[in-house]
Design a protein around this ligand. Structure first.
Ligand code: ATP
Ligand code: MG
Length: 388
């Protein structure tokens, strides 16, 4: 852990004393060391200045006109803004009762006037160090508490998801089991055509289960940080055309038109298989969450050293509060598929991880009732500073 940083202007000290000559001596002593100083000539002023200036340490005289140092200290300690600020009393009163009273009021130290500047500096430095360590420790504790909360909520999401995934996988498995039993028991009574149809349905259910298991495996590989990209220069235009083609049956089934706005682009470096997954997820989501007869627009262009793919739909849109969640995985939110498609809530989490593994970015712009635009930006490696 670091001790006092060399730049002492980072530390603010408030001097409180109603005798200007005393203030001047202290101020000079501390300013020479580079501390950032503010001054209050009464207890009342100290309270207002402290809550604005937010000092790291307060040097407080005890015998003052009006509010004395003890009362000032009590009030500083009662204010949540200054309750943690260390207070050092400076006083000509050196009876043991006075010193004890100073500590009772929440002071951390007591310096007797007339003081030696070396002593003041040494005590100030020690208490600033202690205070700084205390603040660091509090920040660390807060960070740990936050991480703990995140872990608890992640665990809850995962448990919930496991239930959903088991249920989703159970459906196609039950249907496979049903067909297999039917064929086993009374296979001979079916015509060849019925036989083939049943086998086709079994094949479809097997593919559904495989798709889900693949997604689950992807998520666990990604979450363990083991996603390895197979990078190489490639033709993103050709890949995008291929993935649109593959999704066109799904779109036709819902009478959705896919419109291309492709600009000429230079080849870029990416992992072909992984990027196919990204494009498939975005295109299939656009179709999945759009009403029958609507349009999907897909744009490809290069700008400022970045390659952008934008997939826009005229679907139900995503609520602002859901827009961050949808990339977190295990999330199925407001929008539901419009054609009875499957939805496991893993696609975008996988997409985000793949895009970020390419040092790229993904964002969404969406208005409920109007539609959504998902944008992926992939950098040329010399230009990693793109911002949406
Ligand atoms: N284009 C879109 N329009 C509206 N909502 C969307 C869109 N794309 C995603 N969503 C919302 O984000 C959620 C998460 O999407 P994601 O692709 O991760 O999962 P999914 O489509 O439900 O399942 P899958 O794992 O099969 O992709 C969806 O359940 C949906 O509510
Ligand atoms: Mg999806």
């Amino acid at each position: 852990m670091s001790s006092i940083p060399p730049d002492r202007e980072d530390f603010k000290i408030l001097i409180v004393d109603d005798t200007p000559a005393n203030v001047e001596v202290l101020q000079k002593t501390l300013e020479v060391e580079g501390y950032n100083i503010s001054v209050a000539l009464s207890g009342e002023k100290a309270l207002t200045i402290a809550s604005r200036f937010m000092p790291d340490l307060i040097l407080l005289d005890i015998m003052m006109e009006g509010m004395d140092g003890y009362e000032t200290c009590r009030r500083l300690k009662a204010d949540p803004k200054t309750t943690g600020t260390p207070v050092i009393f400076i006083s000509a009163r050196n009876d043991i009762e006075d010193v004890v009273e100073g500590f009772n009021q929440g002071g951390v130290d007591y310096i007797v006037k007339p003081f030696k500047s070396g002593e003041v500096l040494a005590r100030v430095k020690t208490h600033l160090q202690l205070h700084s360590l205390k603040k660091q420790r509090e920040a660390l504790i807060q960070e740990l508490e936050k991480k703990n909360e995140d872990l608890v909520s992640l665990n809850e999401i995962k448990n919930k998801f496991l239930g959903i995934a088991a249920h989703d996988i159970r459906n196609p498995l039950s249907s496979i089991k049903g067909f297999v039993e039917l064929l086993e028991l009374s296979g001979e009574s079916f015509s060849q055509k019925e036989h083939d149809e049943m086998l086709q349905l079994v094949g479809k259910s097997v593919n559904e289960v495989l798709g889900m298991v693949d997604d689950l495996l992807d998520i666990s590989v990604i979450e363990s940080g083991n996603l390895k990209l197979d990078l190489g220069p490639g033709d993103l235009t050709a890949l995008l055309k291929e993935r649109i083609q593959i999704n066109s049956g799904h779109a036709r089934g819902k009478d959705i038109s896919i419109n291309e706005d492709f600009h000429d682009i230079e080849p870029i470096v990416f992992d072909r298989g992984r990027m196919a997954q990204v494009l498939d997820n975005l295109i299939s989501n656009a179709i999945k969450y759009s009403p029958l007869g609507s349009s999907v627009f897909i744009e490809l262009r290069q700008e400022d050293g970045w390659t952008h793919v934008r997939v826009r739909d005229e679907g139900q849109g995503i609520r602002p509060e859901d827009q961050e969640q949808i990339f977190r995985g295990f999330q199925k939110l407001g929008a539901r598929p419009t054609g009875g498609e499957k939805s496991t809530g893993l696609g975008l989490a996988i997409v985000k991880n793949i895009v970020e593994s390419h040092q790229g970015k993904i964002g969404v712009y969406s208005e409920v009732g109007k539609g959504s635009t998902f944008e992926v930006a992939l950098p040329n490696l010399e230009m990693p500073d793109y911002r949406f």
